[in-house]
Ligand binder design. Structure first.
Ligand SMILES: Nc1ncnc2c1ncn2[C@@H]1O[C@H](COP(=O)(O)OP(=O)(O)OP(=O)(O)O)[C@@H](O)[C@H]1O
Ligand SMILES: [Mg+2]
Length: 567
């Protein structure tokens, strides 16, 4: 990441070094000028030093400006690169790899952790390199004038620039490692408070959640106070060393009989000023520790293994005639003790319609996620037109196999834009057609703003049933050759639900369809019903066959039709 911006970084460090050297030279020259002027020499003897003072003073300002410009330019560019990388790493994790992180934690990794890494450039790399060069020059100059003073100065600089920061490292290491997670925890608590406010209020748990959030805040504050104290102590220690060293150098210079009087203030001021770039090392080390913890969290995201590997050279995208086949497919979620889908076979020739039913947790949604190539089977293969689906690009697969997921998301924008996600060039007539199929057209027409109605964050301003049907309209608009529908009637009253299923089966005729449903009405219209239990296919056949024999399907049927005789 830094390598890409090395040129700018070198520029920033050079500008910073020149700035500090100019400051050092300015003070040295000014001290010499004052001391020499006190001896009242002819003006000509001073003119060079006068020009020097002016030049160094100007150079210091100009180069300071250049250093800020180049340093922040490099840092912000590195920030953009890194944020892009983190985002690129997150994309293949979605959707099934993301639940491993909490959204607030991901946000703090994306925002504050990445910014902490930027700090590494501006507040660590540049100051450390500057301090090393300036300290070297100051010691070198002093050595030329008075070698014993150079030894004292070198010891002082090493104390302030190396020993004190190292002491701090050991003191602050433990807090620094706890700081980034503590920040993330506070962010998580706040997201829970925001998103879960209704549920917390409904169960009278608001007080507890507030207390938890406050505790997380206090923990963070305690850690930060500790860190601040260490930094302050470190800073004070370095300043003490600075003062003591300056006094020692001055005493040595006064004692050295051989030294011209004018050089005493020069050495004293050079010693004093040479600490200027060294003092910020204490906070720099602090930053370094903090950014290391952040860096680790960012790297964890960068190195996260995507749940689905994309092929290096994918097959050309499949056409619209698609045959999909599952061959003894099993899926096991990481850290699960049993397979969520266990040895399932399924064949979807063009136009074939299959319903998948089963109790909650039986693996229906997992099966669809596998078909959409959101997760990789742990055993068995998914074939698309006879080729392993892993040889296709994931997006190409989803261009032909897609639909409504169980928790379909609506975006915080208008109905029109939510639908157009599936087909950006769709006309209003297309949109209304899809809404008609999803039984939403009358509702949308009755809205004052029609298609321009905002649905709110996550569709929060429409009902649950409307949200699900908007997602359905979106899937129908995409018009893939293989349509997957996960509980499209969730949240609807029984009558609308049954009408919708009948409609869906009518409109998706001629298109391969997998319908996951817990309502068994209308399934006489599909070619095959697959009954899942604990990930396994326990029954399969037509509705008529299955309902006639004792078994799970008949049980489900009776459970959803309390008076089967009257139907
Ligand atoms: N992201 C996940 N990580 C770990 N386990 C999961 C994950 N998603 C689902 N599971 C587990 O896999 C099993 C199958 O879940 P799945 O969502 O496929 O069931 P389902 O049949 O769709 O249920 P429902 O009718 O409630 O939607 C369940 O035991 C569930 O706990
Ligand atoms: Mg499900």
């Amino acid at each position: 990441m830094l390598r890409a911006h090395l040129g700018r970084l070198v520029l920033a460090v050079s500008a910073s070094v020149v700035t500090e050297l100019a400051a050092l030279a300015l003070m040295g020259t000014a001290a010499w000028l004052l001391a020499r002027a006190a001896q009242q020499p002819p003006l000509a003897a001073l003119s060079l030093a006068i020009v020097g003072v002016r030049a160094f003073a100007t150079a210091r300002g100009v180069f300071r400006y250049g250093e800020r410009l180049a340093g922040h330019d490099a840092a912000l560019r590195a920030l953009a690169t890194l944020r892009g990388r983190v985002y690129d790493a997150l994309v293949p994790l979605a959707p099934s790899g993301l639940p491993a992180y909490r959204s607030a934690d991901l946000l703090s990794r994306m925002v504050s952790d990445v910014e902490a890494v930027q700090d590494l450039v501006v507040r660590v790399l540049v100051p450390v390199s500057t301090a090393v060069v300036v300290a070297g020059v100051a010691v070198g100059f002093t050595a030329l004038v008075l070698p014993p003073a150079a030894v004292v100065l070198a010891i002082g600089l090493a104390l302030a620039g190396v020993v004190v920061p190292l002491l701090m490292v050991s003191a602050a290491r433990r807090t620094a490692r706890r700081l980034a997670p503590a920040r993330a925890e506070l962010a998580e608590r706040h997201t829970d408070l925001l998103h879960g406010s209704a549920d917390l209020a409904a169960f009278g748990a608001t007080e507890q959640a507030l207390t938890d959030a406050e505790r997380a805040g206090e923990r963070l504050a305690r850690l930060e106070r500790g860190t601040a104290l260490t930094t302050a102590l470190g800073g004070a220690g370095s300043m003490l060393v600075q003062g003591a060293t300056t006094v020692a150098v001055t005493v040595l210079a006064l004692d050295a009989g051989s030294l011209a009087g004018v050089m005493v203030p020069v050495l004293a001021l050079v010693a004093l000023i040479s600490f200027e770039p060294v003092l910020p090392l204490v906070p720099a080390v602090q930053r370094l520790l903090e950014s290391r913890a952040s860096m680790r969290r960012v790297l964890a995201v960068l190195d996260a293994r995507p749940p689905v590997a994309e092929p290096a050279s994918p097959l050309p995208a499949p056409g619209r005639d698609v045959t999909v086949e599952l061959r003894s497919v099993s899926v096991r979620y990481p850290e699960a003790s049993r397979d969520a889908v266990d040895g399932v076979d399924l064949r979807l020739t063009p136009g074939r319609r299959v319903a998948v039913v089963g109790t909650s947790g039986s693996g229906k949604s997992t099966l669809l996620a596998c078909l959409m190539r959101f997760i990789e089977p742990s055993a068995g293969t998914v074939l698309l037109n006879g080729h392993d689906v892993r040889d296709y690009d994931g997006d190409d697969v989803r261009a032909v196999i897609t639909g409504v997921t169980q928790d379909a998301h609506l975006f915080h924008t208008t109905i029109r834009e939510n639908l157009r996600l599936a087909r950006p060039d769709a006309s209003d007539d297309d949109l209304l057609g899809a809404l008609e199929l999803a039984r939403l057209r009358d509702w949308v027409s009755s809205l004052p703003a029609g298609l321009d109605t905002e649905v709110g964050e996550g569709g929060g301003q429409v009902s649950g049933g409307q949200r699900q049907r908007l997602a359905l309209a979106r899937a129908l608009l995409a018009d893939p050759p293989v349509v997957l529908l996960d509980e499209p009637t969730e949240g609807l009253d029984p009558q609308t639900a049954d009408e919708l299923v009948a409609d869906l089966l009518a409109t998706t005729r001629g298109r391969s369809t997998v319908l996951v449903t817990h309502r068994l009405f209308g399934l006489d219209g599909v070619d095959e019903v697959v009954v899942l239990h604990a990930g396994r296919v326990v029954q399969r056949g037509t509705h008529a066959d299955l309902v006639a024999v004792a078994g799970p399907y008949q049980d489900l049927w009776w459970a959803s039709h309390p008076a089967p005789a009257s139907k």
